[in-house]
Design a protein around this ligand. Sequence first.
Ligand code: MN
Length: 731
Amino acid sequence: MFKRLSFDTKLLTTISSTALLVAALSATTLLAVKNERNEAHRLQHTLEVLNNISQIKIDLLIPSAMVRGYLISGNEQDLSELERYKASREAALGRLSELTAESPVLTKEWLALNSALNTRKEIAKHLIALRKSGGLDAARDYLISENVSEQRKSLFQIFHSMEDEENRLLSESHAKLVRARTASIALGITTTLALFTLIAMTYLLIRKQMEDSLKSQQALESSSTRVMTILNTVSDGILTINKHGIVETMNPAAERLFGYPASEVIGKNIKMLMPASYRDSHDGHMERYLETGEKRIIGMGREAHGQHKDGHIFPIELSVNEMVLDGEKHFTGVAHDISSRKKSQQALIDARDEADRANRAKSEFLSSMSHELRTPMNAILGFSQLMEYDDTLSAEHKDNVQEIIKAGEHLLVLINEVLDLAKVESGRVELSLEPVEVCAIIAECIPLVNALADKRSIRLSHKGLQGVMVRADRMRLKQALLNLISNAIKYNRDGGSVHIEIQTADLPEKDRLRILVTDTGQGIPPERITELFQPFNRLAAENSGTEGTGIGLTITRRIVEMMNGSVGVESEIGKGSTFWIELPMDVAWEAAPGNMPRALSNARQRKDKKTLLYIEDNPANLKLVRQILRNQEHIHLLTSDNPELGMELALLHKPDLILLDINMPKMDGYQLLEILKSEEALANTPIVAVTAKAMERDIKHGKTAGFAEYITKPLDIEPFLETIERCLVGT
Ligand code: MN
């Protein structure tokens, strides 16, 4: 209980109880001492009474002896001193009267004594008179008479009685005095002991408190030493500032970081450690934070810059936190030098740029090499084909020529693929992502590989979901799929099968679709699957007699990834492999039926019909435009799904307006535009680009290339119709 009280309360309690005890004991002691003095006084009084009684007795007995001497000698000389004793006795008697005045018993005894003494005086006078007149005999007779003897007895009776009484009082007083003295001494000892105990307690209490405070001070010192040691040894610079931005502390790491000794920074504004560009905004940041609590830096790490004493600026990672000390806001900043991190980041960026540059250079080299190789190849193939038809050639030479043609064709395929890979790798392939119907693409691929499959009696089958769309570049998707299917045929066993299937459910990512191409080949060992997608790696098939370049899968993977898709394979040795392409699903751009605007055509009702040609490889887009223009009765729509047919239709029908897709197989929209523009008959026909390439850059390019307008997919029906009307006005 006492332990739980505060030190002040303890001390106050101890001191006040000490004072109280001392006061009580002092009062008691004072009373005891007073009592003792009273007793001593009374004792002295009794002694004085006894003293006076003794004096009276002496002053009585000496004159008695003198009177008896005279009675015997008859010499009057013997009586000469009588008067002196008489005076002394009278004085003692008077003093005794005063001393006994307070006690009625003693007063009564004193009166008896006085009267007895007077009687005695008369007897003495009578004796002296008898000696003078009747001689010795007469005096002796009287002296021994009954009367005188009685009187003497009674006088001494009184003396005894008085002395007894006084002696009783004396012993009583003495006993009381002894008791009082004992009590005083005991009290004194008790007081001293109590005082001593309390002083000891106070001392112990104070000492305990001092020990405690020393201990806590030591603990504080040791913990503060620990904190200081941490602050002094961490590698990060730590600074504290007050709300005015004045630096209060700075650790050695911060000294090293900024190059200043702490003494040159403490007491100055933190801005001195910042590059000039930060300084102006710093006060504003601080003020705004203190006013609004809006955090720009506080509580979060960020990258900043510091300025070294020698002036150089270096990058730091800075985190600032606030703390409240004595009701004032202070801020702690931890600065970490990230120069080396920045340097290595820059080195990485440089290395990557360098690699990119090297890659581009390689691709450019390959591309120009391929072009240069293709020209002589044309000559080789062309002239050897001519030789093939020369009847004058011997059978042996014909065989040789066929070998040349076969090898030349293989070389041409290789050159084309290398060119394509170079284009893909250098990022020069531009994709036009739009909804593409997967089934249609598969259906287009099958006839292209049928001959190859028939040669080895391989059965082709496919199962698709009609109308399912993916977001892809139609041309490039067809290329990728063709590659997988032709691989499935090439690396199959004779009489085997290839099955193409579309899968939409149970995929790791939703809203995606897989096109699976399953073969019945010999399968690929799991450890070699990663090699599949490396260029020119044919997994030992180069010795099998199967033709190929080993580039196809690499290109396939690159372009599918460019279309936000992925390529994968699952294989079982002896059973076959399944390659798949995964792509995001999409929905067809559709014109909502019934919402077709009629008003436009009403306003511009024409007597003459206008012919419009739309050249577009994607059937889904052709279908959409057909739907949109169905209600425009003044427009006659012609369509072509390939550039060659488109060109023929254009020359045959001389349409009033041509809509042209840009991304098409064999020939792109720009090339076709150039050819169409070069035809005199079509010189004044407006040609409008309709494309999914909606980048600002593409639109600019389109306009400068000679397109009258540039319409981007997905089509916005009203602006689309407006653009058509606008272009038709001038025709
Ligand atoms: Mn297209």
